[in-house]
Write a protein that binds this ligand. Structure first.
Ligand SMILES: [Zn+2]
Length: 259
């Protein structure tokens, strides 16, 4: 199940084309929707640049990306403006990061939940130089390091596949975040990322204040980061992600996927 059929790419010589054909073919049979119980995902025929799939039942879209080794910090993606408009239009894709060996064994497959793709984790790259074929074109980077580990959910890790019900539970805990508009949601998801990076479920307000500079680096225009952090804690509490324990003590209730 975790070995790809490479013969399907025999007609192709370009390495990037071969990689796309092989990985799409594997994902078509392995992939399933994380947002609902559909075991089927359909390739979107219209888009020929990216490997996109969509759930026929709930409309969640998926963007498949294949690596020898998945990057930890920054993921290179397509046009900046089209990613931002997908996000603000409420159609951000869930990323599917596929890691494979030289002989095309699947080593890892990690989903990055679509609700965590907010404008604040999308970085514009420098416009292509005037001498480039697509002069002035602006691509984007996705900042994985600003996305909470809970939202980076393994379907396959170290060559072993997790059970779909475990993966779906880890994924669906964040579906209700989709009720916040994407720009405001960036604060809530960044707060979740910072809390998770503290390394323990129990934390204090001071722990978050000590990370003030990180919040400021993502939101340089905001002059009242501490008030914003307190507001996010209330939002996360109301949504059931954080518990207030009294006396400035809090507890994170989200779960990283167990494997
Ligand atoms: Zn679905």
């Amino acid at each position: 199940m975790l070995q790809c059929d490479t013969s399907i790419a025999n007609p192709y010589t370009s390495e990037s084309q071969r990689s796309r054909v092989i990985s799409e073919n594997w994902f078509r049979s392995f992939g399933y929707c994380l947002s609902c119980d559909s075991n089927e995902l359909n390739p979107t025929a219209a888009n020929t640049r990216a490997s996109d799939f969509v759930c026929p039942r709930c409309d969640q879209s998926y963007e498949l990306k294949t690596f020898g080794l998945k990057p930890k910090r920054t993921l290179v993606d397509g046009a900046y403006s089209s990613m931002i408009s997908r996000i603000t239009g409420g159609h951000a894709p869930t990323l599917m990061l596929l890691e494979r060996s030289a002989s095309w064994e699947i080593r890892g497959l990690t989903a990055v939940h679509s609700t965590f793709l907010t404008p604040s984790v999308i970085e514009a790259r420098k416009p292509l130089s005037p001498s480039a074929r697509r002069a002035g074109w602006i691509g984007c980077n996705i900042r994985l390091d600003l996305i909470a580990l809970d939202a980076q959910i393994p379907l396959v890790a170290e060559g072993r596949a997790s059970r779909p019900e475990v993966v779906r539970a880890a994924f669906q805990q964040f579906n209700r975040l989709g009720g916040i508009n994407p720009t405001a949601r960036g604060w809530a998801t960044l707060t979740l990322q910072v809390i998770r990076s503290l390394g323990a479920d129990a934390f204090s307000l001071d722990d978050l204040y000590r990370r003030e500079l990180l919040f400021s680096s993502v939101y340089p225009a905001n002059r009242n980061v501490r008030a914003k952090i307190r507001q996010q804690l209330q939002i996360l509490r109301d949504m059931g992600y954080v518990e207030f324990c009294g006396g400035g003590a809090y507890r994170l209730l989200t779960k990283t996927a167990e494997f």
